[in-house]
Design a protein around this ligand. Structure first.
Ligand code: SF4
Length: 340
């Protein structure tokens, strides 16, 4: 097992993902494959942020299953528990404690100006809960508890990380240095549009293809995709630059994109053929993933063991951090009674 103690030479990456069940190719291209490659360069801590999910979930019926399926996909995609800590946020409850302590050093005005809070208020006016306001504080606690130094983010998430840096800086200036200010590792996450060709690929829009989908399902899903709306007949020349099937070919059939673009423009290829080719490419690309997924499933309790081991490792770091925090804050620590 790796040594994730305080004296680590390598920088620590922290990243979390809400439990969304089986992952789709948008998740894979947008985040998971990046996480897999970061493992070779950093000590990585990958967390299923189930408490964050509670700020927007209407029901928790599927929560356990979603956590299981998501972690199963992470492991099948190449997240290696021998290299990275993989765990569930709520299994290390110190994060809630640190969240509370951070909330005492975070001006409310900082939180109310966060754009995503305003968006969420618009999206769920019937459920503007306290957790929504405190979301960035909990996110800061997630990173800081494990002394995360590097956080992979897209450009749109930079304001959140800046807020985390401000909270950490404020804590350090009030009580003394405990936390490194997390640095953004700017990553150009490709925007993967869904099969509707309009919205970002997501389960809630039902415009996705699961990475665990068998070939027949991939074909059926791809065949429903919207293409160039101006191409109504096979003889109409197409416009690959506005076609989402073409965008997906760039990921999955990169060696043939020039040919596809050319044939599309001169109506040498029909959309049905083009989609079948894409479905074939996606199926082939995901075949090793499906095999690894089946191998993981074949190991009884493997996912549970990974999560239990990950929680133990995360817990050890969290205990050290919280002791340091309480010492700096001059809180009277129960374990250190009596003091006089
Ligand atoms: Fe899109 Fe392919 Fe049809 Fe061209 S041929 S419009 S790239 S699906």
């Amino acid at each position: 097992m790796l040594n994730f103690g305080n004296n680590q030479m390598t920088q620590r990456v922290f990243s979390g993902f809400r439990p969304t069940g089986k992952q789709h190719i948008g998740n894979y291209l947008g985040a998971i494959q990046n996480w897999v490659s970061l493992q070779d360069e950093y000590d990585c801590v990958y967390c299923v942020v189930d408490i964050h999910a509670l700020t927007t979930l209407e029901t928790t019926e599927a929560l356990r299953e979603d956590i299981y399926e998501m972690v199963l996909d992470w492991l099948a995609a190449g997240i290696d528990p021998e290299k990275s800590i993989v765990f569930v946020q709520s299994h290390v409850p110190q994060v809630m404690e640190l969240h509370t302590l951070f909330s005492m050093v975070t001006p409310l005005s900082w939180l109310l100006r966060v754009p995503t809070f305003k968006e969420k208020v618009k999206m769920q006016p019937h459920n503007v809960n306290y957790g929504l306001v405190g979301y960035p504080v909990l996110m800061t606690a997630d990173i800081a508890l494990y002394k995360g130094e590097v956080v992979p983010v897209g450009e749109d998430q930079l304001p959140h990380l800046e807020l985390a840096r401000e909270i950490v800086r404020r804590f350090n200036s009030l009580y003394g240095f405990v936390f490194p200010e997390p640095q953004a590792k700017l990553t150009s996450f490709p925007l993967v549009l869904g099969l509707d060709g309009v919205q970002k690929m997501s389960k809630s829009c039902n415009n996705h293809i699961e990475i665990a989908a068998p070939p027949q399902e991939i074909l059926e899903r791809v065949m429903t995709a919207v293409t160039d709306p101006a191409r109504r007949y096979r003889s109409d020349p197409g416009h690959p630059d506005i076609c989402n099937i073409f965008r997906l070919h760039k990921f999955f059939t990169p060696e043939r994109v020039d040919e596809i673009a050319r044939e599309c423009r001169r109506s040498g290829i029909g959309c049905v053929d083009c989609k079948q080719m894409l479905a074939q490419s996606i199926s082939s690309a995901l075949e090793p993933f499906r095999q690894r997924r089946a191998a993981v499933i074949a190991k009884p309790n493997y996912v549970a063991e990974v999560l239990a081991d990950g929680a133990n490792q995360a817990d050890a770091i969290a205990k050290e951090t919280m002791e340091e925090v309480k010492e700096k804050m001059k809180l009277l620590q129960r374990a250190k009674l009596p003091v006089r």
